[in-house]
Design a protein around this ligand. Structure first.
Ligand SMILES: Nc1ncnc2c1ncn2[C@@H]1O[C@H](COP(=O)(O)OP(=O)(O)OP(=O)(O)O)[C@@H](O)[C@H]1O
Ligand SMILES: [Mg+2]
Length: 366
């Protein structure tokens, strides 16, 4: 068990700064997920923690001691890679034990750990098979077993599920959550899949272009994104960002033909806004409600009626599209709403769920 601290961590390739001085404190036993678009520096960060990549500035501490100059095998960490390679001529058992055999662990301890990991990953029946005779998901479990069999302080995962199909990914996600609950060891997990990040992490760290944009619980990041990048990266379908302008004379936020009274919005300080300031109004598709079922109609913002342009049924939910000015907007409504394209649509939104961003720099203003 160990906490991990990154202080002002910097990585450069040639002259280009890839990791731009990040600070991160992962608590002992915490499950932290680093998420962000391709190329933002997730793997580089993880590889620096593992000691597989030099660092150019800053400090990495594991269990309270700086490990900058410590060889990877002395850091007491185990890592699962995206492109795991199993030894094709070795059995599942030998693949799992390969790393341990090189260290000075007694046979009894080894047998004990193998049994534990095989049970945890449901590999008991497969221990004598070769990788070629396993399914993709089973191979992935073996790769994970190889890391988990080590009694490491910290486990690092670099997109371990990205090679699996959607169904298996979902299943393995649940498995990983369960494994963490059992082990209660520090997990740092990298993915570019925001659903994986939201479902697995005690805390989610959203990265972009070598920097940490925001960290927090999944719910905090979902409900309170600090800027338009985080707002649109997390959540599917993406948050609607509706271009708007602030009109000081009557305290309205104007979106094409719609007006949203500022006084409805909690936490908005009109003193922070300038007349005619360019804004985005951000509303997640999930937070639109059919006026017929809106729970607190009095307090909600009721949109003037829109025309339904498109309906995409998803089973329990459906995505309903309409326009505000030139902006295509999506609402996700449930089974109760019986709607048809071309019909009028009455929607309401809890004002606490309406976010306002500066259109120039993307930062939240409420
Ligand atoms: N050895 C290298 N030499 C030069 N540039 C590199 C090297 N390794 C990585 N980079 C660059 O560093 C940046 C971050 O790469 P990294 O692999 O950390 O991204 P990532 O967030 O893991 O992306 P992905 O989701 O695609 O795996 C990228 O722009 C990449 O091109
Ligand atoms: Mg990567």
């Amino acid at each position: 068990m160990a906490e991990v601290r990154l202080k002002q961590l910097v990585k450069r390739y040639d002259k280009q700064e890839i990791i731009k001085g990040i600070d991160l404190h992962v608590q002992d036993g915490e499950f932290v997920v680093l998420v962000g678009p391709s190329g933002c520096g997730k793997s580089t960060t993880l590889r620096m923690i593992a000691g597989l990549e030099d660092i150019n500035a800053g400090t990495i501490e594991i269990a309270g001691r700086a490990v900058n100059d410590l060889q990877p095998h002395l850091r007491n960490i185990a890592m699962v890679f995206q492109n795991y390679a199993l030894y094709p001529h070795k059995t599942v058992k030998d693949n799992i034990l390969f790393g341990l055999r090189k260290s000075k662990v007694s046979r009894a301890v080894m047998d004990d750990r193998l049994k534990q990991v095989a049970t945890m990953l449901q590999l008991e029946e497969l221990l004598n098979r070769k990788p070629a005779d396993l399914s993709g998901g089973q191979r992935q479990r073996v790769a994970m077993g190889r890391a988990l069999v080590r009694d490491a302080d910290v486990f690092l995962f670099d997109e371990p599920l990205s090679n699996l199909d959607a169904k298996l990914r979902h299943h393995m996600r649940t498995e990983i959550a369960r494994i963490h609950q059992n082990l209660k060891t520090t997990f740092i997990y990298v993915t570019h899949d925001q659903v994986e990040a939201m479902t697995l992490g005690d805390r989610v760290v959203v990265m972009w272009d070598g920097e940490i944009e925001q960290m927090g619980t999944p719910m905090d990041i979902y409900l309170n994104p600090v800027n338009t990048f985080v707002a649109t990266f997390i959540g599917s379908p993406s948050m609607n960002l509706i271009p708007a302008t602030y009109r000081e004379s009557n305290g309205m936020i104007v979106m094409a033909d719609l007006e949203l009274p500022m006084e409805l919005l909690p936490g908005v300080h009109t003193a922070n806004l300038k007349d005619k300031q360019a804004l985005y109004v951000g509303i997640r598709p999930d937070f639109f409600e059919d006026v017929h079922y809106a729970s607190e109609l009095e307090a909600y913002w009721k949109l003037p009626e829109r025309t339904i342009e498109l309906i995409e049924p998803l089973g329990f939910d459906k995505e309903v599209s309409f326009s505000i000015g030139d902006q295509f907007v999506k609402a996700r409504l449930d089974l109760r709403s019986d709607l048809q394209a071309g019909n009028a649509l009455g929607l309401a939104v809890n004002p606490e769920r309406i976010l306002v961003f500066d259109r120039d720099n993307g930062m939240r203003v409420n």
